[in-house]
Structure formats: C-alpha cells, structure tokens
Design a protein around this ligand. Structure first.
Ligand code: LLP
Length: 431
C-alpha cells in the first residue's frame, strides 16, 4: 500500500495519523482530530493556545518517556553494562528531569545550576555526572558535598581546584578526552576536534592520569563527546578505538549527539543503530555510558505561536510574523538550524512565505522558506522539534517574557513552568 493509502485508511479508521514525514517531527501520538486540528498528547492545540496563551512550549509527556525507554531498551538488548545519562542542558526543566529520574536514567549536569535542578528533580546524587570546561571552585564544592557520583575532569587546572576542595580526595572522576575526531555536524556544535576548549588532548593524557593519582582522585574512566546531531555513526567506532587505546578503565562515556528529525525530509538513524555503533568495539567488561540530550526531548516538544501580521510585498515575498522568535528559539540564528512551520488548523503549503519573529532585528527569522496554508492574523501556528535547546536557550531580548512549558498527556494539559511576567523582568533590579 502506498503511504498515502495507508494514511487514508488510518484516517478512515479514526486512528492517529499525520501526513507525510510529519510524524517523525511532531511528538509521538500527535494527530489531526475530528475538528481538523493538530492534537498533541490528546490536547487540541487551538484550545491550548486559548487557555495558556502563545508563545508556549508544548510537550507530549509520553513521548519523552517512550524515547527514554527506547534508548534503554536499545542498549539493554545488546549488553548488561550500560548507563543512559540524560544531558539536561537540552531541556533543563525540573518536571522533565523528574520524568527521566523516574525512568531510571542518570543525569549529566554542566553547571551548578543544572546540578541544583537535577537534585531537585530527584536524581540520586550518585547517578549524576558533573561536566564543564571551567567548573569554579564553588561548583566543585557543591558537587562534592552533594555526593555527585562522578566529576568529569576537563583540565589540569580543574584537578588543582579539586585538590583545594575539602573532601574531594576519594572523589570518583572521569577524564574528558579530546579525541581529535571531526564530525559531520555544524562547526559550532562539534566538540571532538583537537582545536577545542573541551577536554584534555591525547598528548597530555598520560600526565593527566598520573596527576589524578597524585591528587588522590579515583579515576574510573574516560569521557568524550564528539558533537551533536551526528548522522555518521562510524565516528562512535573511531572514538571507541581511540579511548580503548588509552588504557583499561571500567567506564567509557561516549557522549551524546543522537540526531533527530527537524523537518519531514530528515531521517535520523534509529537509536538501536547508535547503541550498535557505540558498543561494537568496546572491550568486554567495560560499562558504556551514552549521554543523549536532544534525542530524548527534541521531538517531544513544539512551540505554539499566534500569527500577527501578514505582509505581502508584491514581487518580493510574504512575511508572516508571529508573537515570539529569537528569544524562544535562537537556533536558526546561531546555527542556521532548519525548521518547518504548520498552521494547526490548516496543514498545507499554498503560500510560500518567510516566518519571522517580533524582535527588533532583521535576523529574527524562524523559517526563511516556509509554506503555509492561507495564513491569516489570529491563526495558531506550530513549529515542531523545538523540544531541545529551545526553552534551554531562551532569553529576554527586547524584554520579552519567556514562554511557559506545558505538558500534555491523555488529553490533560498542565503548566510545569509558568510564563514570565513583566514583574519577573524587574525582579532582579537592585534599585
Ligand atoms: N554530553 C556532553 C558533554 C555535551 O556537551 C552535550 C552537548 C551532550 C552530552 C548532549 O548532546 P546532544 O545529545 O543533545 O546532541 N545548543 C546546541 C547544542 C550544544 C550541545 C552541547 N553539548 C544546539 O542547539 O544544537
């Protein structure tokens, strides 16, 4: 049966379906309801916009749980020695972190603030990995006194700082290695190449291992994160080779980087293939850690906006402005990241247009070449795959209030982070 026929059959049977490759972009369970509107986690998106306002980050809670389970299952099917560590920077939201703690994942934190959230979310301290290329002494002290399982040591200076922190003498640590591997991803999110602020270059590793010993640290393994949105899985095999050549350690943390679908054309490798690639060359008896962020939350979330101004410039283009932009999603401006947009009541692509935000900046373009179905002021619009590094990197440019985070499940919606208010904007004023 052709895809179209299958979709029509499902639609006739009243089953969940989304046209084309949209199902890969939107949260699992997203469907067009009987009113012809996009429904997420069983909630009608037009009603969500009415109740909670826009812009709003809307997540299907079940999608996050399903992806956590699928990741655990992909590794569990191949080994008993593994740990899935949620990279909380992708979506540092207590409610989401609580979900991953409940699902039995560990947690990667990259600052004192993320550590605070992880502890608040209920992660057992011993399941927390503390990262960062420039951890301050107070942050290290916070980690040590909280009983964090592992600190991922990034430099010689950090070892000195750790020596000054009381009680750090028997602290289990990993060493972050710069493996000298280039990935196929955007330059700004590559981290494995030699020319990087992260980690210890291979040439200095022997000295770093000795230095951990003289500092009395308990060196349990190595860590490397080679980049994000990695589609070429062979880099994980190359990475394993580099790390196993360094020496025998009980733990190897191979980082995150599992790719997701941002557009309906994207076909990221299934998580089982990442597990396979990560485990293929690992020596027996070694525990492998993976550290995905984006792939656990990216497709779980969409941003809902309201269309405000539709401006047609004859012979040039049509601009469709929404009520958010680079304050809630800076990825298109920082990385040239590609997204698609849909009107939640009218999927379709009859009008080529440029989807822009409301900020005082010409570069505030969310989707340069969008296509919408007859866009009009007041329409609710969704941008999919904004669950990772959206809320995480939101800012107050133009004194815009940051959007709320809404979790949807089985037709029930709840606010897990409220919208900022004008009062929040002046709350930190010292005079
Ligand atoms: N582990 C470490 C040590 C990391 O530095 C990162 C991401 C991850 C894990 C998770 O990577 P993921 O699975 O999410 O790709 N703001 C950028 C991404 C920066 C990622 C930094 N580190 C973006 O919006 O694409």
């Amino acid at each position: 049966m052709a895809t179209g026929d299958a979709e029509r059959a499902l639609a006739q049977a009243g089953e969940a379906y989304l046209p084309g490759g949209l199902a890969r972009v939107y949260p699992q369970g997203t469907r067009i309801n009987s009113g012809g509107r996009v429904e997420i986690g069983g909630c009608d998106t037009v009603e969500l916009a009415r109740e909670f306002g826009t812009p709003a980050y809307v997540y299907a809670e079940d999608d996050m749980r399903a992806r956590a389970r699928a990741t655990v299952e992909a590794f569990a099917a191949r080994t008993e020695r593994f740990e899935v560590v949620y990279a909380s920077k992708a979506f540092p939201c207590t409610a989401a972190m609580r979900i991953f703690a409940e699902e039995g994942l560990s947690c990667d934190v990259a600052s004192g603030g993320e550590l605070h959230l992880a502890l608040r979310a209920g992660f057992a301290p011993e399941r927390i990995y503390m990262h960062g290329n420039n951890k301050s002494e107070p942050e290290l002290e916070y980690a040590v006194t909280s009983g964090v399982g592992h600190i991922v040591v990034d430099s010689f200076d950090e070892i000195e700082r750790l020596e000054r922190v009381g009680g750090a003498s028997a602290q289990p640590v990993l060493l972050r290695v710069t493996p000298g591997i280039d990935t196929d991803t955007h330059l700004k999110i590559q981290t494995g190449q030699l020319d990087s602020k992260f980690g210890i270059p291979l040439a200095h590793l022997e000295r770093a291992v000795e230095r951990c010993a003289t500092a009395g640290l308990q060196l349990r393994g190595l860590h490397a994160h080679i980049g994000s949105q990695v589609n070429d899985l062979s880099v994980y095999e190359a990475l394993t080779d580099v790390l196993r050549d360094i020496g025998d350690f009980p733990l190897l943390n191979l980082g995150g980087g599992f790719a997701i679908a941002y557009t309906r054309e994207d076909r990221p490798p299934p998580v089982a293939e990442y597990a396979e690639a990560m485990l293929r060359r690992v020596p027996d008896g070694v525990t492998v850690l993976c550290e995905p962020g984006r792939s656990l939350v990216g497709n779980a979330g969409v941003t809902l906006y309201t269309v405000g101004t539709v401006k047609e410039i004859p012979g040039v283009r049509t601009y469709v402005s929404v009520d958010g932009g680079m304050s809630d999603n800076i990825r298109p401006m920082l990385y040239g990241a590609t997204y698609e947009a849909d009107l939640v009541e009218r999927l379709g692509d009859s009008v080529p247009c440029r989807l822009v935000g409301m900020h005082c900046e010409s570069g505030d373009v969310l989707v340069p070449e969008a296509a919408l179905e007859n866009p009009r002021p007041g329409d609710v619009l969704a941008v999919g795959a904004t669950g990772a590094y959206g809320h995480a990197m939101a800012n107050n440019y133009n004194a815009v209030c940051r959007p709320p985070v809404i979790f949807c499940r089985g037709g029930e919606a709840r606010v897990v982070v409220r919208r900022e208010t004008y009062d929040d904007l002046t709350r930190r004023d010292a005079e």
